[in-house]
Ligand binder design. Structure first.
Ligand code: GUN
Length: 294
């Protein structure tokens, strides 16, 4: 089958941000305060600086208020927890994130759990993770939510399909598996989660109607692992050196796109597939937080 659809995450993300901006426009016209997202950034990690900058820009696109709280990497855990407590109590802040990673002297889990789950627009707090896993409303974390949104917007039938999730991370593999088995659409899948100790990964993948590859292993999914007509969602974003790029690297997915794509019905590219959807999920969550949805 050579007639495959490339899932355009960039265009889908732009459409979602436009929908959010329209809703916020209506809120403002009615005299309501727009959603307000705060971000805490500790230290000067290059990747984190870029991510946070993009989040602030997305807020502007959506008509949100944003505020950035920057701290040197000498901030103590106690001081950071005090700042989180302040944002938890600030009625003008609907949701906030603490950009990860944090310096080694700060316990990330403790920080994550200190955030009021009703303001945890990253969806990392155990309450939000737990609510999602039992099908209650709450904030879903960005990557799994972005994947489900793409399946939904491309009208991909998931009911009764065998989905194989490659990778069992807390931020992608486990939550995406949990969402795919929920009742409803997208959902109602039979899910197999594969990881580093799984035997016969190739054989399992060949049985898959949907593969979600989230291993961080460039080109892991090869053509001999893909059933004709399968849907392929590539979550890999490994930086591989590339002297021809100004940045010195390019992003590589977990799928051998060139050889796998002609076999598929739908496939996400890297970059431009799942990646652009993640900031959208943060914007969606912030709008939900503003509306006091949970
Ligand atoms: N670091 C890398 N990705 C993320 C994310 O989605 N949220 C936060 N808070 N930190 C990150």
């Amino acid at each position: 089958m050579a007639d495959y659809t490339i899932i355009d995450g960039k265009a889908t993300a732009a459409a979602i941000k436009k929908e959010i901006a329209e809703e916020v426009g209506r809120m403002k016209a009615e005299g309501q305060r727009p959603p307000h997202l705060s971000a805490i950034l500790v230290g000067h990690d290059g990747g984190s600086e870029t991510y946070v900058k993009n989040k602030v820009l997305a807020c502007e696109e959506c008509g949100f208020t944003s505020s950035l709280h920057r701290y040197d990497d000498t901030i103590t855990e106690e001081e950071l927890l005090a700042e989180i407590d302040r944002l938890n109590k600030d009625p003008e802040v609907d949701g906030f994130i603490v950009q990860l990673p944090l310096p080694r002297h700060i316990n990330e889990q403790k920080v994550t759990e200190a955030i009021d789950w009703r303001k945890d627009v990253d969806g990392f707090h155990p309450v939000n993770v737990g609510r999602m896993s039992i099908g209650l409303p709450g904030f879903r974390s960005a990557t799994p939510d972005g994947i489900i949104e793409l399946l939904s917007r491309y009208g991909i039938e998931t009911r009764g399909k065998h989905a194989v999730v490659l990778g069992r991370s807390n931020i992608v593999g486990k939550p995406v598996a949990s969402l795919l088995i929920q009742k409803g659409n997208p959902g109602d899948c039979t899910v197999t989660v594969c990881h580093s100790a799984t035997k016969n990964i190739k054989e399992i993948c060949r049985e898959a109607d949907i593969i979600v590859a989230a291993l961080g292993h460039p080109g892991f999914v090869t053509a001999d692992m893909v059933k004709p007509g399968a849907v392929i969602i590539d979550v890999g974003t490994t930086r591989v050196p590339d002297a021809s790029r100004k940045s010195g690297f390019r992003l590589s997915g977990d799928v051998d796109f060139e050889n796998v794509a002609p076999l598929c019905s739908f496939i996400t590219p890297v970059p431009g597939g799942v990646g652009p959807m993640t900031i959208c999920s943060l914007m969606k969550n912030t709008l939900l937080a503003r509306k006091g949805s949970f």
